[in-house]
Ligand binder design. Structure first.
Ligand code: UGA
Length: 431
């Protein structure tokens, strides 16, 4: 099948590369000339394990190419896939300017019978708007729209795509359904067919539900701390019940990233516009906002409620491991809180260095974890990078001024930390 993927952000690029990998012929389009130039040379602008190699091999096989000209991409395409950003507006609603611009551009060079699939996360009703925007521009309705939301995670995007647990396809006709089924056939996955509105809602509901699980377990963790229970064993105890499930029950310092915070907000707006006042999702957000600062409270308790002039090592800046993405990362709340307390912070992240310079201007960055913790009064762990698990505890103790570790990701074993003489506090586990 011949595909034209529009937008080479996270979703567009990963999808385009994976579709080519399973045998489709893919042209990826982006209006950013510099980006297209780099991609055409095999350079991937995001940190995603395995993506660069897969991109190179599919380009070499002649199944994947990049262009800034939408008309070139559309000329021979069976389907166009819209994967441009839908950033949050100030009121939390999704900004559809990019989607609208792309739809109108498609309308200006559309070929007969094209199926236009929206992968961007969009409010309910957007696919119908896409249809209107295209029709207004091209003056006919000899094309179809379909919704196919994306469920991949950053850091595991390739596996999430190639081994997708389901594909959701919102369609209005047998023809569009057939095309989307063919498109997904090589994935050998379960396909849920529904109408456009259901597919659009499914994406918001999935992310809101996952965010709810995280805030739920974080609240349980906060109670565990008060009553001497351990949230790690508790999560296993409840997660083994299939009705609950083991995933997304890892207590920590709350969720971040480009999706959960944005999509929960957008979902609240979607419901409001439909005349329904959501109760659970706003609570999930409130819990998350508070959870992100719990490490600072724990730090203050450890350091006698005064952080002024104290040297704090912050380990981990990305919102989660295996990504350089700092969008809505907990560090964005924690660092300013430390600044307000007049602490001196030195931070280290194995990958997100450039992003940190842009997101947290003035932040002092170390090149290694050892440099960051040198003479620190306390160490704060914010991202569960695998490499932090290998930190030698005797070396850590020797380098710091005070052996204090506040672990926002439950990376270390409290007993081992005690054995090595650390003051150690984590999330929802007995001190
Ligand atoms: C999320 C969803 O998991 C994807 O299914 C979805 O496609 C994507 O959003 C999107 O809408 O595009 P992502 O934001 O890449 O993916 O990251 P996750 O791995 O889901 O993690 C999100 C946040 O939750 C991270 O800050 C992570 O640390 C936190 N988290 C996750 C927890 O605190 N506890 C957990 O048990 C799981």
């Amino acid at each position: 099948m011949k595909l034209c993927v529009i937008g080479t952000g996270y979703v567009g690029l990963v999808s385009g590369v994976c579709y080519s990998h399973i045998g489709h012929e893919v042209v990826c389009v982006d209006r950013d000339q510099e980006k297209i130039k780099r991609l055409s040379q095999g350079e991937v602008p995001i940190f995603e394990p395995g993506l660069e190699d897969m991109l190179a091999s599919n380009m070499a096989a002649g199944r994947l190419s990049f262009t800034t000209r939408l008309s070139d991409g559309l000329a021979v395409a069976d389907a166009a896939i819209i994967a441009v950003g839908t950033p949050a507006r100030a009121d939390g609603s999704a900004n559809l300017d990019y989607v609208e611009a792309v739809a109108k551009e498609i309308g200006s060079c559309i070929t007969a019978g094209l199926v236009v699939i929206t992968k961007s996360t969009v409010p309910v009703g957007t696919n119908r708007k896409v249809k209107n925007w295209i029709a207004e521009t091209c003056g006919h309705e000899d094309f179809e729209v379909a919704s196919c939301p994306e469920f991949l995670r950053e850091g595991t995007a390739i596996a999430d795509t190639l081994e997708m647990e389901r594909a959701v396809i919102g369609v209005e006709s047998v023809n569009a359904e057939r095309l989307l089924r063919d498109l997904h056939k090589p994935f050998q996955t379960t396909i849920v067919t529904c109408n456009l509105e259901t597919a659009e809602m499914a994406k918001y509901a999935a992310n809101a539900f996952l965010a709810t699980k995280i805030s739920f377990i974080n609240e349980v963790a906060n109670v565990c701390e008060q009553v001497g229970a351990d949230v790690t064993s508790l999560a296993e105890a409840i997660g083994l019940d299939h009705r609950i499930g083991r995933h997304f029950l890892k207590a920590g310092i709350g969720y971040g990233g480009s999706c959960f915070p944005k999509d929960t907000q957008a979902f609240i707006r979607v419901a409001q516009q439909a005349g329904y006042d959501l109760q659970i999702v706003p609570a999930v957000e409130r819990v998350n906002a508070a959870q992100r600062l719990t490490v600072v409270h724990k730090l203050k308790t450890a350091l006698g409620h005064n952080l002024a002039g104290k040297q704090i090592a912050m380990l981990g800046l990305a919102f989660k491991p295996n990504t350089d993405d700092m969008r809505a990362a907990p560090a964005l709340d924690v660092y300013p809180a430390l600044e307000r307390e007049q602490a001196n912070t030195v931070a280290f992240d194995p990958i997100a260095t450039e992003q940190a310079k842009a997101a947290l201007p003035g932040i002092q960055l170390a090149n290694t974890w050892q440099q960051a913790v040198k003479d620190a009064d306390a160490v704060l762990l914010l991202t569960d990078w695998e490499t932090f698990k290998d930190i030698s505890l005797p070396e850590l103790k020797k380098l710091t001024k005070q052996p204090i570790v506040i672990d926002g990701r439950n990376m270390f074993d409290p007993k081992e930390m005690e054995m090595h003489g650390f003051y150690y506090d984590s999330v929802g586990r007995p001190v």
